[in-house]
Design a protein around this ligand. Structure first.
Ligand SMILES: [Zn+2]
Length: 205
């Protein structure tokens, strides 16, 4: 799929279901990747408005403001984002935003969660040691078995909690209906998997 087609597809999704943060996040990311930073800030700001806990959206929004020459907004967004990501144990976006802030010459907020989450709760649950949900950051509630066969299914078992997986299921149905995806075609399956990866924040796992 070309960049333009991706933008078109995400635009349709954001318009068809304007209260769904995933459409706006995906669209903002696609604009960002296409170098359309002003449009990216609009979509990402909407995603954050709909779900104030989306660490990844703050990170991208901060970067988009910076690229768009809006330094103050970038600092403001990243400062809020660091605290939100820290509270949720989302270490990767948190550390990236701290780096972005220091590169901008801004003050970096102090964080509470400096120790790795993994060592904090040695006896908390039956989850695999070191398990931390990629979407919500919880160290427990791991699925008991992979939700479907294949590499992506294994990745979900290793990285996603039961609650977040259950949130995805109705979202997945919406994605199929709104985009008219046919899972029988490899193109449809790829697009569907991509939404799932975005929703569950599995990209870097
Ligand atoms: Zn979760």
């Amino acid at each position: 799929m070309s960049q333009d087609q991706r933008i078109e597809q995400f635009k349709n999704m954001a318009q068809a279901d304007p209260e769904n943060e995933l459409g706006h996040l995906s669209l903002g990311k696609a604009y960002f990747e296409a170098g359309q930073y002003e449009l990216a800030t609009g979509s990402l700001a909407r995603a954050v408005e709909l779900n104030a806990k989306l660490s990844k959206a703050y990170q991208l929004l901060g970067a988009a403001f910076e690229k768009n020459g809006q330094r103050d907004q970038a600092i403001d967004t990243l400062t809020r984002g660091v605290t939100i990501a820290d509270n949720q144990g989302d270490r990767m976006p948190r550390d990236a935003m701290m780096q972005q802030l220091s590169a901008l010459g801004a003050e970096v907020p102090s964080i509470s969660n400096a120790a790795p989450v993994e060592t904090a709760s040695p006896t908390s649950s039956e989850s695999t040691p070191g398990f931390k949900c990629s979407r919500c950051g919880r160290p427990n509630g791991q699925l008991e078995k992979r939700p479907f066969k294949g590499v992506l299914g294994e990745k979900i078992l290793a990285n996603v909690c039961n609650g977040c997986w259950r949130e995805w299921i109705p979202m997945g149905t919406k994605v199929i209906n709104e985009l008219g995806l046919t899972l029988a075609s490899s193109e449809g399956q790829t697009a569907y998997d991509q939404y799932m990866i975005e929703f569950l924040l599995l990209e870097n796992r």
